[in-house]
Design a protein around this ligand. Structure first.
Ligand code: NAD
Ligand code: ZN
Length: 381
């Protein structure tokens, strides 16, 4: 179902940029998402913003609170390219994904006389880029957006793929639109100020991409787990590029999640249950790490996966300091939460499991006893 290969050969698109001498000499890697837009990763990635700014183009920089140095650089880059910069600050983290914040951003666009030909730039973690993307999707039924994710999760997951949205009182991401960016620019040095635990949590999504499609990611992390945890380490650019390539390969074929996009949910059914039961106090990536162990336990117990790959999950995730077990509330609340997950179909639980590294498949309606045994294995310290 995936078109993936065992050796990750399909992921060699994460290459140095060939079309700009400056960018290439700075070591920026560019990944094309279906030929529609590029994700540019590396020190100096902001230089690529000028391609989207023309004389007199209004540019609304919607940024997460703080990040003043980066915002000043973005404003300067817009000005240098002849554009007309405007800046709109939004609250930190999930507080940005609120209808009042959305309305505030529309107000700022209206006051700036923003037209169909102008540009939104999103700066911040996944929450800020989700909001900025939805602002761009909804203003005049869609204006261009360039995303500048500053968190690891933001670049490897939120900013790539075209999903944008906000939360409502009833739940997360209930309102949104598919609206692909014109480009995604990511300079890993922007992540240097992230709390280590937040950065490591983002690594869970990177490692997930390794398990579902690109074993080279696993080898890189295993070879030097300490370096993988340092935003400034060269291997981090490589890891980001490879993870983005995996997501790009998937969303290029399936923008709206009908089919293979589902493999990106590896580990997420159980992760969403942990997040609900823990009232969202767990970091998303930490929950995904445990969720992948659960999925691998399920796969082994269902006879589709070998013990060695299950063991590899525990080794690589713990090597970077991600959690590999969760007892928490006990089984029943987790089982109820999984039944409510929006990805569950009716009463049947669906999981993505592996038959080998790089070979994901669907597992529908596993036996309740197998689920309980997988949970007991995950609950054991
Ligand atoms: N659109 C999608 O496909 C998609 C996919 C995955 C996640 N998401 C969304 O992304 C959000 C999660 O992303 P996130 O983990 O980046 O969360 P976030 O945006 O809430 O950021 C987490 C924290 O990190 C801080 N931060 C971000 N960059 C920083 C930096 N460089 N230095 C210091 N602090 C920094 C933020 O201020 C915030 O406090 C959620 O809202 C989720 O729904 C969207
Ligand atoms: Zn995720």
């Amino acid at each position: 179902m995936t078109g993936s290969t065992q050796d990750g050969a399909q992921n060699h698109g994460a290459q140095d940029d060939g079309d700009g001498q400056d960018a290439a000499s700075l070591g920026i890697r560019s990944i094309s998402v279906g030929g529609r837009y590029g994700v540019h990763i590396g020190v100096g990635a902001l230089t690529r913003l000028a391609e989207h700014v023309s004389e007199g183009r209004r540019v609304m920089v919607i940024h997460q609170r703080g990040r003043t140095d980066l915002v000043a650089e973005v404003v300067e880059a817009v000005r240098a390219a002849g554009g007309e910069p405007h800046v709109h600050e939004v609250p930190d983290a999930e507080a940005a994904k609120d209808v009042r914040v959305l309305a505030g951003a529309w107000g700022a666009l209206g006051q700036a006389g923003f037209t169909r030909n102008d540009l939104v730039v999103g700066v911040g973690g996944g929450a800020a880029t989700d909001l900025a993307g939805f602002v761009a999707a909804s203003w005049l039924r869609g204006v261009d957006v360039v995303q500048l994710p500053t968190s690891l999760l933001g670049v490897v997951d939120a900013a790539v793929g075209g999903k944008t949205g906000i939360n409502t009182a009833e739940g997360k991401n209930l309102v949104g639109a598919f609206h692909e960016p014109r480009a995604v620019l990511c300079d890993p040095t922007w992540m240097g100020s992230m709390a280590r635990a937040d950065f490591v949590s983002g690594l869970a999504e990177v490692i997930k991409c390794g398990f579902i499609a690109d074993p080279a990611i696993l080898k890189l992390v295993e070879a030097d787990p300490a370096a993988a945890c340092e935003a400034s380490a060269p291997v981090v650019s490589e890891l980001i590029a490879r993870a983005v390539q995996v997501k790009a390969d998937v969303v290029e074929n399936d923008l709206t999640e009908a089919g293979i996009r589902e493999i990106l949910n590896y580990g997420h059914t159980f992760a969403h249950a942990i997040e609900q039961v823990e009232d969202y106090r767990w970091r998303h990536g930490d929950a995904v790490a445990v969720g992948m162990i659960f999925a691998a336990e399920l796969a082994v117990r269902s006879g589709v996966l070998g013990q060695d790959v299950l063991d590899r999950h525990r080794t690589v995730l713990s090597a970077v300091g991600l959690p590999t077990s969760y007892a928490g509330s006990g089984w029943e609340p987790l089982r109820r939460a999984m039944g409510r997950d929006k990805k569950a179909r009716g009463a049947t639980l669906r999981f993505i499991v592996l038959s080998a590294v790089g070979s994901p498949q669907r597992l529908e309606g596993p036996d309740e006893q197998v689920l309980i045994e997988a949970f007991e294995a995950v609950a054991a310290p």
